[in-house]
Design a protein around this ligand. Sequence first.
Ligand code: NAD
Ligand code: IPM
Ligand code: MG
Length: 357
Amino acid sequence: MVKYTIAVLPGDGIGSEIVPPAVNILKKIGIKYDIAFEFKEALIGGAALDAVGVPLPEDTLKVCHQSDAVLLGAIGGPKWDTLPTHLRPEVGALLPLRKDLALYANIRPVILYPELVSASTLKEEVVSGTDLVVIRELTGGLYFGEKKREKTATGERAVDTLVYTTEEIERIARLAFETARGRRKKLTSVDKANVLESGRLWRETLSRLAAAYPDVELEHMYVDNCAMQLVRAPKQFDVIVTENTFGDILTDQASMISGSIGMLPSASIGGQVGLYEPSHGSAPDIAGQDKANPLATILSAAMMLEYSFKQVQAAEDIKQAVASVLNKGYRTGDLVQEGKMVVGTQEMGNLVAGEIV
Ligand SMILES: NC(=O)c1ccc[n+]([C@@H]2O[C@H](COP(=O)([O-])OP(=O)(O)OC[C@H]3O[C@@H](n4cnc5c(N)ncnc54)[C@H](O)[C@@H]3O)[C@@H](O)[C@H]2O)c1
Ligand SMILES: CC(C)[C@H](C(=O)O)[C@@H](O)C(=O)O
Ligand SMILES: [Mg+2]
């Protein structure tokens, strides 16, 4: 029997509601495929701040490093928004965790289940059949460049720096070319090379590497145009590769193609231990009300099975289970569709688990 240890970090807001259904489904997968999962829960974000005074406790980092993969809910919320930057859950916990685990690639598939075509805010003919993946650089760029804040005679001056090295661009580009090679062989590299120096290095590097992937069609696109093209004609995209901040923004936008941000999973890879989390946040506006859609987290657990454990069939089972529940007409409140049955977070989790036999 194979054995895997999974660090479980529910975090804040809806985190503690969406993670248990995913864990429950992994347990069922374990029984079906004879995999012994051990789950080790640890504190992160505001929950950690409240309990032990820091957003990313040493113990949590240790548990993550000693595990085979990490399942994360979400972090952050209004209660911690006014803390000094280094203590905030986002900058004090999530970013250092990604950096510490060397997770330079964040993979966010945007798939529209046929059952959800009418749940998208976009027209059916525009979104129907969309199947794209955004590969977001995760440990560089604006998020990790030097930051400064200083007083001036009249106010303050704040600085964030957008830095990329050739090596950082090359490694994410290679992953993107490889991913495109395994799909429809089209790669869109998104940058702002018309203005940013880092964008020019990004574009030059992608163009140079393209020679090693003659079977993949590479196109370059400015980020502002990409934002527009994503809602104009999303089916033109296969794989998109882009800088950290651009990837953050474009994936929230792209999530509406799939009907809801609650449908967008993610895998962060590149180091020894992968991190799997939904692309959305802690949704303070619906936290504690059993309203959150757990499917992005459940689908992130499927990505864990695929990427970290190479259990492709088990991952497929979860995706099928989700499709089947949607096909039977069950929806959480974020996926409003006429004539469908609205269920809560827990029930949606139970329904998906019930499909795994
Ligand atoms: N990876 C993360 O942990 C992560 C990601 C994004 C934001 N955040 C943090 O989350 C907090 C809230 O941020 P925000 O409001 O900008 O973004 P958010 O993604 O938490 O919420 C945006 C909107 O989407 C809805 N939503 C999000 N996930 C949902 C789900 N699973 N089911 C149904 N509806 C869902 C929310 O109710 C809200 O209306 C902030 O502190 C932010 O920093 C954390
Ligand atoms: C919470 C925040 C730091 C995070 C990010 O910007 O990476 C989130 O928006 C995400 O998309 O995972
Ligand atoms: Mg985001």
